[in-house]
Design a protein around this ligand. Sequence first.
Ligand code: NDP
Ligand code: HSE
Length: 434
Amino acid sequence: MMRTRPLKVALLGCGVVGSEVARIMTTHADDLTARIGAPVELAGVAVRRPSKVREGIDPALVTTDATALLKRGDIDIAIEVIGGIEPARTLITTAFEHGISVVSANKALLAQDGAALHAAAEQHGLDLYYEAAVAGAIPLVRPMRESLAGDKINRVMGIVNGTTNFILDKMDSTGAGYQEALDEATALGYAEADPTADVEGYDAAAKAAILAGIAFHTRVRLDDVYREGMTEVSAADFASAKRMGCTIKLLAILERAADGESVTARVHPAMIPLTHPLASVREAYNAVFVEAEAAGRLMFYGPGAGGSPTASAVLGDLVAVCRNKLAEVTGPGESAYTQLPVSPMGDVVTRYHISLDVADKPGVLAQVATTFAEHGVSIDTVRQQGRPDGVGNEASLVVVTHRAPDAALSGTVEALRKLDTVRGVASIMRVEGE
Ligand code: NDP
Ligand code: HSE
């Protein structure tokens, strides 16, 4: 039976994502009504700059007082697409206190305060949905929370930031400079309000924390995720990667330890073979591999950023929350029953590509090899060449290791830096996906 009284939606934020949410709600109103079983009405739009012209939005709906909008008594669902910690956190809490379920795209907030927000939603018998917070349009949060709820996820590896993938792809495929590629990604609406969050890996780390929590049924906070950004990745790194048949991607990698007693979560640039499916993920696309005990390997792929793709995920959540409301149920809440500790980065075992500037004289290679051996790091290949910048009496030494703990590699690099013959460590990059 179709309900005629509309479900009323407060849209908190009407920027890159919010404006697309409003557009789709308006243009697809009839389909949404049919799918939900009741009309949904955009009942108010909270923004910071009320005088800004917003195409397709009735100016009478616009307010700068988001709190008053939530408190006025007729709102059923709030969509939070403001971003950042405050005022988003207070507004979501206010929504729950006033019986309003929430859909949010805010990974920064969920990674920092997800536990408290889930608890507040549960306390008030309401929904908190956030498909858009991870990997844009790709259905990933719900498949992991619901479709894989009967399986055991052991590993997740993926590209979860569209901006940095766009930049790395441009640097690799067109030789574009870092700033030029970042400006293009920002203009296309992929980057965060402060793009430092993208390029320094904070955005990917927030998504990694959310995914790790869901995958391993434990609590992983932003601070638990090891993080390195991609601002140091250079044209020389891409040239080195190419020589190895690899490219460079900013990866999020979440792993359950072999004994099942702990997990690791990390975000950093890594070389991956060109034959690996993640190597062909171009522009602002995202892709995530999920390895589950019974299902095996699953890959989720699609647009990872941008207004319209992200709005698709928000609207999917809106439909789900509306259906729950009509059925007088709530969807699944937080599942954190395993309480697994997050191990430090030093425990992670992987391979490394290290580029050193060394004195070009007899015995240097032996000295370097001994340093690796002393720290228990086994060398796979070594390549020596004259410095490309033509610096006399110096050579560039590229060492690729077998798998070793990150702590052992850090110890090796520290010792290498102390050798007179090592003039500098040009780059250290992990090698994944082999
Ligand atoms: P924008 O910066 O484009 O939009 C933010 C909106 O919030 C603007 O409409 C702004 O108002 C409004 N706003 C800011 N402060 C306040 C306030 N105090 N009260 C009311 N409204 C306020 O951000 P995006 O749309 O890009 O991102 C929104 C969220 O979605 C973030 O959490 C982001 O991480 C997430 N996200 C973004 C994706 C993307 O590709 N852009 C993809 C996936 C998630 P005004 O318009 O007046 O400035
Ligand atoms: N800034 C984010 C990105 C938006 O580039 O991936 C999508 O979450």
